[in-house]
Ligand binder design. Structure first.
Ligand code: PLP
Length: 377
């Protein structure tokens, strides 16, 4: 098998799985329980929180565990708007956010909010100036992702945060950093971002655990889930101790020689790009500079056929985001690519484990797909 879909999810290293089993079987106490096993579980959660926060250079108590990136995004958006309810009902976002941002915003637009969707250029880029130009007195929320999951484009979140401060905007800034964490610089507190979303399964952690960074200056943040008052009352629900331990272990493993791992990933991406561009007609679709995502197109060859054909040969890539399940990608549509190019877009995404053999197998499979299929006109 050649797994080239690390932006969809990542393999879980054995050390992460082992740590989770250890917690599931040996340290299964409820962190709210008042006896030693409960206190031990609570300490475990706090140690994991502190370890992840240290990497983000933020205070441990500004990080709240959630069930996934989707929950973090939904909560961040709803709570920011509640917090800014006296400011107004205008929201700025990009047309290329993940559906975990776009769908809650769609629901909000049915509740009277007005959403401005910034369009990317034809290479997938968004500028900070676009945000500033769209800013209004009644803008309560700006939500811009750090790395686009389909194009690998890195958006200028730090510059946006600085610009909002300089303009004395009252809008809160949320950033979906699910694809950016441990791939590109990411420091919410240093940057002055108010809310930032994370997910463990994009960095070798388990599925079903995420986190939200919350600027400590935000008082009275409204929870999304009400109940037992866990996570300092911000996110009720018994803490997923094994998942949290797996998340922290995955972060620790990634952090070990991280710059070497990222350097290798950049190198593998460059190798893949150069090799695939020798296939007649192959185009690079975006300027994505994230190390782990390469967005290409074979115009005339529908991506759904490519993905299925390659999948049967054990090569896993994706046609745009795996979350779209075959629907036309809103990201590629927003970039305004010619129809034939848009229809042929494939996303290849890499991890520290990706090898030259994986890329060589992909290259051969794409060449044989091209040789054996009639192109669409
Ligand atoms: N945001 C981005 C940019 C993503 O790529 C994803 C997952 O693909 C999510 C959010 C959703 O994260 P989760 O799968 O943890 O809900």
């Amino acid at each position: 098998m050649h797994y080239l879909d690390h932006a969809a999810t990542t393999p879980v290293p054995e050390a992460v799985a082992d740590r989770m089993v250890e917690v599931l079987t040996g340290q299964f106490g409820n962190p709210s329980a008042q006896y030693p096993m409960g206190r031990e579980a609570a300490a475990l959660v706090e140690n994991c929180r502190a370890a992840i926060a240290a990497i983000l250079r933020c205070k441990a108590n500004s990080l709240v565990f959630t069930s996934c990136g989707t929950e973090s995004n939904n909560w961040a958006i709803r709570s920011a708007l509640w917090q800014g309810r006296h400011i107004g009902k205008h929201i700025i976002t990009t047309a290329v956010e993940h559906s975990a941002v776009l769908e809650p915003l769609k629901a909000l637009s049915q509740e009277g909010y007005e959403v401005t969707y910034l369009k990317p250029d034809s290479r997938g880029n968004i500028t900070a100036q676009q945000v500033f130009d769209a800013l209004r007195e009644d803008t309560a929320l700006v939500s811009v992702m750090l790395v686009n999951n389909e194009t690998g484009c890195v958006f200028p979140v730090e510059e946006i945060a600085r610009g909002l401060r300089e303009r004395k905007s009252r809008a809160l800034l949320h950033c979906d950093a699910v694809q950016g964490f441990l791939k590109v610089p990411c420091a919410p507190a240093d940057w002055g971002v108010d809310l930032m979303s994370f997910s463990a399964h994009k960095i070798g952690g388990p599925k079903g655990i995420g986190a939200l960074y919350v600027n400590p200056a935000l008082k009275n943040l409204r929870p999304l889930l009400f109940g037992g008052g866990q996570e300092r009352g911000l996110r009720s629900g018994t803490e997923a101790t094994a998942q949290i331990a797996g998340f922290a272990r995955a972060v620790e493993l990634r952090m070990d020689h991280l710059s070497e791992k990222l350097g290798r990933t950049y190198y593998i991406k460059a190798y893949c790009r150069t090799k695939l561009l020798t296939i007649p007609g192959m185009e690079e679709v975006s300027d994505g500079t994230a190390p782990h995502i390469l967005c290409m197109s074979l115009p005339g060859y529908p991506s759904a056929n490519i993905v299925t054909d390659l999948g049967e040969q054990g090569i896993c890539i994706s046609a745009g985001s795996a979350c779209h399940k075959g629907k036309a990608s809103h990201v590629i549509t927003a970039m305004g690519l010619p129809k034939r190019t848009a229809a042929g877009v494939i996303r290849i995404s890499f991890g520290p484990e990706t090898t030259h053999e994986d890329i060589d197998a992909l290259y051969e499979a794409l060449k044989s797909h091209q040789a054996n299929r009639f192109p669409m006109l």
